[in-house]
Design a protein around this ligand. Structure first.
Ligand code: KG4
Ligand code: ZN
Length: 362
């Protein structure tokens, strides 16, 4: 069998990543330089800092990915790079470097949509495990920037079924964590603390929305949490956690737990429970409407243990695919994987292709 290797480069948000994938199946290397310690203190990604960190990391990260894979640039079939959606300043770092590598080596460039990458993350891992995802599949892409439902058809054709009208699910996790004094990203902290609280302690309801039944909305939930916090005068508790967040080293999960009273644990458990219920209810209903043969969940929020457990115990009539945690959050193996079908179709990008912060998939 012919060996086809693609180098993937990803820099759309706060991870600088590079990976080499062989024959759409074997991950020869996957290097991710996270900026978590840079942004953690600020409670969110600071775009200017993100670009600077990407600039610092891009050359060593790509070099390490090629080195670990034992791959030479000239032997690659393509260089795949994320061109959007994401932060423009961040995207440009990865794109500029990918273009210069392509120009210097003559290896063609392939443009990849970050969201399509997240979907391919799951398909790639399923294939590595010896299973193929059956189509049509429903993809729930839940990250810090997106909450989308797509119908994925054979040949990787996409139809957008629904999306968030305001905040993304991961953004809701991040904002709730921030307002309570926890560090960025909020998802992992809340995920760790939620099992210590009662998910039915606080009843959060979602306002009924007109229009598309597959659309999401999380800003009302975030506001409800804010009202709950304001009504209870939690200033000193929150100030103590903020001080912890600003400390010399990032706090451990146990330190967060020790700084969180039972009532707040109940709040977090109830918040997470509400998000999970909202995501799964709409995804399952959409899957049924389109006759899905599989459910794919991807993006950073797919790491959530509560969401995984709820999906596993829902008794769905089709298989549910979650990526392993390292493949849920941003990585470059998913960008390389998404490029294989494009390589087969000779869908190469010109070297003057622009970054597109608001790039859509369908
Ligand atoms: O896919 P990703 O790395 O970057 C984007 O494309 O946005 O997703 C990051 C998001 C953050 O909002 C983070 O809080 C959330 O994923 N996240 C989680 C968990 N791990 C990461 N949310 C809930 N539970 C988790 N365990
Ligand atoms: Zn992402």
């Amino acid at each position: 069998m012919k060996v086809v290797r693609i180098l993937g480069i990803e820099s759309s948000c706060d991870e600088t990543a590079a990976a080499v994938v062989e024959n759409a199946e074997v991950v020869l290397s996957s290097v991710v330089a996270s900026q978590m310690t840079t942004h953690g203190k600020y409670g969110g990604v600071v775009p200017e800092l993100a670009s600077r960190e990407h600039l610092r990391a891009i050359v060593p990260v790509v070099r390490e990915a090629l080195g670990l894979a034992g791959a030479r640039l000239e032997d690659l079939a393509a260089i795949a790079v994320t061109t959007g959606p994401g932060l423009v300043g961040s995207l440009l770092v990865g794109m500029t470097y990918a273009k210069s590598l392509s120009f210097a080596s003559g290896v063609p460039l392939i443009a990849v949509n970050h969201i399509e990458g997240h979907i391919h993350s799951v398909i790639l891992e399923a294939r590595r495990a010896g299973t193929e995802v059956a189509f049509p599949a429903l993809a729930l892409v839940v990250s810090g920037g997106h909450t989308h439902l797509f119908e994925v058809r054979e040949g990787f054709e996409y139809r957008l079924l629904g999306k968030t009208r305001d905040d993304a699910a991961g953004e809701a996790f991040d904002k709730v964590a921030k307002l309570l004094g926890f560090s960025y990203p909020g998802g992992p902290v809340i995920d760790f603390l939620a099992p210590y609280g009662d998910p039915n302690a606080v009843r959060f309801t979602f306002a009924r929305m007109k229009g598309n039944a597959s659309d999401f909305s999380f800003s009302g939930l975030k506001t409800a949490v804010l009202r709950w916090v304001e009504a209870r005068g939690m200033e000193s508790e929150i100030a103590a956690r903020r001080a912890l967040r600003r400390g010399p080293s990032p706090p451990t999960a146990e330190e967060w737990l020790a700084a969180t009273p039972r009532a707040t644990l109940d709040l977090l458990a109830s918040f997470q429970h509400a998000v999970i219920r909202e995501l799964l209810t709409r995804a399952v209903a959409a899957a049924e409407r389109m006759g899905a043969r599989a459910l794919i969940v991807s993006g950073g929020v797919a790491c959530n243990t509560g969401l995984r457990a709820a999906a596993a115990s829902a008794g769905l009539p089709y298989p549910v695919f979650f990526p392993s945690p390292g493949f849920s959050t941003d990585n470059a193996a998913m960008i390389a994987a998404a490029a294989f079908p494009k390589l087969e179709r000779n869908q190469f990008a010109r070297l003057d292709i622009a970054a597109d912060a608001g790039l859509t998939l369908a």
